[in-house]
Ligand binder design. Structure first.
Ligand code: SF4
Length: 300
């Protein structure tokens, strides 16, 4: 096979892999229902472009009808290339809104020089996006977080927050008014990076605000990337763990009634076994039981 055909084959596989991963996440969490109007938050980064692109493809073939509205919040950061997103969105013919809100000045005014600005900035951004979703009658808000974002959040919460808590594929918004969905929850970051390259998305750099990257998140990101290189399958196993929680084998008295435990009590996950198998299961080889709403075939 020529190099060109090999590359084409790899690219096709990548497209299919991403579309299946998104379809599976949508199906597993019932993210999209008939008649939904989904606001797709577009930052100009690789993940949100991929999210919009894959949702558009699924929309064209899905038996379920839903609308998409791409929304970008122009936060008035210096040097923000205002024309890039409208040109792109106009070019692909997707309904879109560019919302201008100068959160940059607010953040600069309120946060002392040298302090990290991301938490206030994202709180302000969330507030604006919720308002826009409401004004435009959107039933769901789609965000471009992927598998590694979810795991990074899990570790951040464990290391610094004392909580076993990640970033859910589907939840209600902070203000309780919207359903937030993360259709890329099963997608690998490196697949999304490759997809963005192939599709030549016009990426807008995310450092225009001049903020330092969140150091703790970066350390965890590097840790996960290192594990992925040295121990193939570890990331997959960690993500699978989020879908296989065993409350009786943790230590949260709110989650499991340790106080009321009786001798002979049948437990869904057995008794005091510390580690289930020496060789972790191939978590992704299990057959999918259902054909999802977007028409994905069960995995072989
Ligand atoms: S990097 Fe800048 S734009 Fe992004 S959340 Fe932080 S302060 Fe806001």
């Amino acid at each position: 096979m020529s190099q060109k055909s090999k590359t084409e084959l790899e690219n096709n596989k990548l497209h299919k892999r991403l579309r299946h991963a998104v379809g599976d996440a949508i199906n597993d969490f019932n993210m999209i229902e008939h008649g939904d109007k989904i606001m797709v938050c577009l930052s100009g980064g690789k993940d949100s472009y991929a999210l919009l692109d894959i949702l558009r493809h699924l929309q064209a073939s899905a038996p379920v009808e839903f609308e998409l509205l791409a929304v970008n919040l122009d936060q008035k950061q210096p040097g923000f290339p205002e024309h890039v997103l409208p040109d792109y969105l106009h070019g692909i013919g997707v309904p879109y809104l560019i919302v201008e809100e100068d959160t940059y000045s607010v953040v600069k005014r309120v946060i002392p020089e040298g302090k990290t600005t991301c938490s206030l900035c994202s709180r302000l951004r969330r507030g604006v996006l919720y308002r826009v979703a409401k004004e435009n009658g959107c039933s769901k808000i789609a965000l471009g977080h992927h598998r590694e974002d979810i795991l990074e959040t899990l570790f951040l919460n464990m290391f610094y927050g004392g909580k076993l808590k990640a970033m859910p594929p589907k939840l209600v918004s902070d203000n309780g008014e919207h359903i937030v969905i993360r259709p890329l929850a099963y997608c690998k970051e490196k697949d999304l990076a490759r997809y963005a390259e192939l599709k030549q998305f016009p990426i807008i750099p995310c450092n225009l605000c001049g903020s330092q990257p969140n150091l703790q998140r970066q350390i965890i990101k590097d840790l996960l990337a290192d594990w992925d290189r040295r121990f193939p399958g570890r990331i997959e196993s960690m993500f699978a763990a989020l879908q296989n929680v065993v409350p009786s084998h943790l230590a949260d008295t709110q989650l499991f009634d340790f106080a009321g435990l009786q001798r002979g009590q049948a437990l869904p996950y057995g008794g005091d076994t510390a580690f289930d198998r020496e060789t972790p299961p191939d978590v992704f080889s299990e057959k999918r039981k259902v054909i999802n709403i977007l028409g994905n075939k069960p995995k072989p």
